[in-house]
Design a protein around this ligand. Sequence first.
Ligand code: HEM
Ligand SMILES: *[C@@H]1O[C@H](CO)[C@@H](O)[C@H](O)[C@H]1NC(C)=O
Ligand SMILES: *[C@@H]1O[C@H](CO)[C@@H](O)[C@H](O)[C@H]1NC(C)=O
Ligand SMILES: *[C@@H]1O[C@H](CO)[C@@H](O)[C@H](O)[C@H]1NC(C)=O
Ligand SMILES: *[C@@H]1O[C@H](CO)[C@@H](O)[C@H](O)[C@H]1NC(C)=O
Length: 597
Amino acid sequence: MRTSIFGCVFVLLLLLREPGCHGEEVTSSTAVNPCCHYPCQHWGVCVRTTQEEYECDCTRTGYYGENCTIPEFLTRVRQFLKPSPKVVHYILTHFHWLWDVINNTFLRDTLMRLVLTVRSNLIPNPPTFNSKYGYLNWESYYNLSYYTRILPPVPEDCPSPMGVKGRSQLPDPEVVVERLLKRRTFRPDPQGSNLMFAFFAQHFTHQFFKTYNRMGVGFTKALSHGVDAGHIYGDNLERQLALRLFKDGKLKYQVIDGQVFPPSVVDAAVYMSYPPGVPPEHQMAIGQEVFGLLPGLGLYATLWLREHNRVCDVLKAEHPVWDDEQLFQTARLIIIGETIRIVVEEYVQHLSGYLLDLKFDPTLLFNSQFQYGNRIALEFSQLYHWHPLMPDSFHINGDELSYKHFLFNTSILTHYGVEKLVDSFSRQIAGQIGGGHNINAVVTHVAVSTIKESRQLRIQPFNEYRKRFNLEPYASFREFADNEEIAQTLEELYGDIDALEFYPGLMLEKTRPGAIFGESMVEMGAPFSLKGLLGNPICSPDYWKPSTFGGKVGFDIVNTASLKKLVCLNSRTCPYVSFQVPAEEKSQPGKECPDEL
Ligand code: HEM
Ligand SMILES: *[C@@H]1O[C@H](CO)[C@@H](O)[C@H](O)[C@H]1NC(C)=O
Ligand SMILES: *[C@@H]1O[C@H](CO)[C@@H](O)[C@H](O)[C@H]1NC(C)=O
Ligand SMILES: *[C@@H]1O[C@H](CO)[C@@H](O)[C@H](O)[C@H]1NC(C)=O
Ligand SMILES: *[C@@H]1O[C@H](CO)[C@@H](O)[C@H](O)[C@H]1NC(C)=O
């Protein structure tokens, strides 16, 4: 009797104690995970200690205090001296006279080094979290089947889907896409990007974005996590062997109307992803299994295949004693080097709009503490869903082709040939990526899956990523978007700017004046991109020397590679080839023709 009374009193006391001590109201039995507030600033790590307590680990953030908010002295000085990304971008895209001077002095190297180090320092190396682990551990470091991730997931037990802010339910992804991302009328990219650029983007990135949904969310099939030319040679040895000719280092090919193309899967038995009913003799065997999708991808596959085999001839002439294996392996390194040069000096140069003449020169980093190696992040994959680039139809050699005609059509590539396709794709303008309402209805379903995937992955809010990449979080939807309709719709759908999701944030942010997308896409995309390009093993001091590339001749091929050479050394005639539409076609197509004046 006595013990049970004691017991009752004890239980009562226990029940009363918790809320009483903290002076909080008794609301629910389960405490809110304090990390749902994202309390730790400036890269501090939130560690939950008890039910409702947390600690921020502020080690080496340059800040201290409960939430890592108080700057150390040196941080204060640095903050004071550091120009904002807006100012830096403005300077890099204005003052022609200044850059005309800088481009031709040692300052070009100094600034290029600064661009590379400042950007790369935002990417952790070795990598950190993945879709399974929001804390550091060996499995997450070691298991290459996972994409890495920059920020840990939204904790599981939060009051709202994005943490503590926003509505209790996220908007239907179909509704987000329908009301904000789907194209109304085609809006061309003001930077003049063309389809040659768009297909290059897709072709290049699909060597390291190969989401492996069958394994689960957040997995990849591309285990080398970088620019390995796996889209040319296959992502595993078995596929590579099936694609190789085993003569002079070359890849298998077929000749159609006197022109070299990738072999059919009859001659190179690899799996290619085609709709049912496409006969094997019409399927081209390519390193990347999805590249039968678009003639633009088949075009680049053809160009790189011809380039690989051309490089093999050059190497064989230099090294008559080399066997097939060494010719193949060395040619592959040259192809990787050519790719990185074209990406830095032409693709990124075009995309950035910088007046600084960008330079691919690994030696710039030899005296800084740069880590070689790279791990692809799932945020990078989300960010690169640039489907607004795609036009409403494809204009080739005077014909207008619909999607129905274009997608998975195995005869377009051989029907028109490399020269006509390059010329046509180089002259047709691509869509603006940012600013909303610009995804063709044929691919809106991809945007829907992207949003769904980001929810399964519990990707943190857009504003948390703004902070992670040293950008000010937006205070309102009106500050975020300059289009009133977009701002209002987002307000209605998400309720709070701090609950806006990552991918819609990147796509709908106001664009920079005259630019293809907004500040965040550049400030978050560039670090992933440059880290991946310069973190490649060929850029390291032990690799970056002529002998790696078969001597001076091979090293020169890498050091002078360009998009134009890629095309024109591998085609009969040299068409118009660029990542931008020609100057005269850049201004409003079809409108206010100056001839009529
Ligand atoms: C008409 C042209 C295109 C079509 C039909 C298309 C279609 C698709 C499809 C069906 C997926 C897979 C979606 C999923 O499984 O949830 C995808 C993924 C993706 N697309 Fe596109 N796409 C096109 C153009 C582009 C372009 C121009 C880019 C530019 C970079 C691009 C970038 C991506 C990326 C990064 C992924 C994720 C890949 C991965 O993680 O495996 N796409 N696309
Ligand atoms: C730290 O963050 C928490 C949660 O956002 C907040 O309640 C608390 O007041 C902050 N502490 C300080 C010292 O700013
Ligand atoms: C400097 O480089 C930029 C980008 O390549 C270019 O637009 C500009 O004309 C260059 N100026 C000189 C003098 O090379
Ligand atoms: C990586 O993790 C996945 C999922 O746990 C597992 O199936 C796979 O075997 C792991 N890979 C390696 C190489 O351990
Ligand atoms: C594929 O393209 C060729 C050449 O333009 C055309 O003749 C053919 O009709 C197309 N096939 C389909 C299914 O649209």
